[in-house]
Design a protein around this ligand. Structure first.
Ligand code: ATP
Ligand code: MG
Length: 323
């Protein structure tokens, strides 16, 4: 049976409560993220899975307070190590970025400046006052499997996989308590993807940061995640533990079916969800597409925690008996 969330029984690095984000246009505001609730604890790899445009990057940018100007946080709280970052100024946020929280983006070549050496990038990323800066940089490079000599080269002299390793070293150098990785392997081949994932896991096991890993690949998330959040059109519809339970939300089941070789995804592609963001707030966001829908799904469906770590936003489900 689903209960209210228990807190305080584990070390939460990131906690997002009732977060809603709007895109403000001239004549109207469009809901991009809707009532998002989740937490990431120390040492876990929380994978956020969702199709393109579902709001994964918007959520990541909200967490580091780097949303585009046209986006507005309408409500909610984002706590990093217990501090609500929505209440602090940009100066204080700059101290948190890099130090407590680091981000690795999809395309490293877009974030590495071609005019600066790898060494300069790492020096710029380091926020501490340690006199052994050079040693720390060499150590960070060593940790991601790169030679110290890489410091003298320019980004274009490295492969995509090596560039992503540099981004990981930059994210790691301040020993943050949480690393956000926004589809860090999308631009990489299968083998390099595996190596980058293994590297992130090795870092997690050694230094115990929380990792918030964004991907559209449920199969990858099932293999690497300690918990998985499923996102659908600006809503987290389910959070589950792979290996302990199968997801139960009808949308999550369709995604799972694609891994298991069922062609339910084809059915989904042929249908079209025509609801706008206002309609999606008034009923289940998956209503138009759901094969299991009932009349009672035509109301706002809250996200309900099943235990301290997992939960679901669906009425027709054994895991959700509270609503
Ligand atoms: N800079 C922007 N200006 C206007 N709309 C944007 C901007 N960035 C994102 N959006 C819109 O916000 C919504 C969420 O986009 P977001 O980039 O967060 O999705 P995503 O899940 O990260 O997708 P992808 O898997 O393609 O990276 C989409 O409808 C997108 O069109
Ligand atoms: Mg994205």
């Amino acid at each position: 049976m689903c209960l209210t969330q228990k807190t305080g029984e584990m070390e939460q690095i990131l906690e997002v409560k009732n977060l809603s984000v709007l895109r403000v246009e001239k004549t109207e505001s469009i809901s991009i993220l809707n009532d998002i609730n989740f937490m990431v604890k120390k040492g876990e790899m929380f994978c956020l899975v969702g199709e393109s445009g579902s709001g994964k990057t918007t959520l990541a940018l909200s967490i580091i307070k780097l949303l585009p100007k046209s986006f507005k946080i309408a409500s909610g709280e984002i706590l990093i190590n217990g501090k609500n970052i929505l209440e602090i100024n940009e100066q204080s946020m700059r101290n948190i970025r890099g130090k407590d929280i680091s981000i690795i983006f999809q395309d490293p070549s877009a974030y590495l400046d071609p005019l600066f050496t790898i060494g300069s990038h790492l020096q710029e990323s380091y926020h501490g006052k340690n006199e052994n800066k050079k040693e720390l940089i060499s150590l960070a490079l060593q940790e991601v499997g790169l030679d110290s000599e890489v410091q003298t080269v320019y980004p274009h002299q490295l492969s995509g996989g090596q560039q992503q390793r540099v981004m990981i070293a930059m994210a790691l150098i301040n020993k943050p308590s949480i690393i956000i990785a926004d589809e860090p392997t999308t631009a990489l081949d299968v083998l390099t993807t595996r190596q980058v994932i293994d590297l992130l896991n090795a870092i997690r096991l050694k230094h115990n940061p929380a990792i918030f890993f964004i991907t559209h690949d449920l199969e990858l998330a099932m293999k690497t995640g300690t918990r998985i959040g499923i996102m659908y059109r600006g809503h987290i519809v389910e959070i589950f533990k792979p290996g302990r339970e199968k997801p139960s939300h009808p949308y999550a089941n369709i995604l799972l079916g694609t891994i298991e070789g069922k062609d339910t995804i084809l059915e989904l592609n042929f249908k079209k969800n025509t609801m706008d963001s206002k309609q999606m707030q008034q009923k289940c966001p998956f209503f138009d597409m759901c094969v299991e829908k009932e009349a009672r799904c035509k109301k706002t469906i809250p996200f309900v925690w099943c235990d301290s770590e997992t939960g679901i936003r669906c009425l027709k489900n054994g895991r959700n008996t509270q609503v």
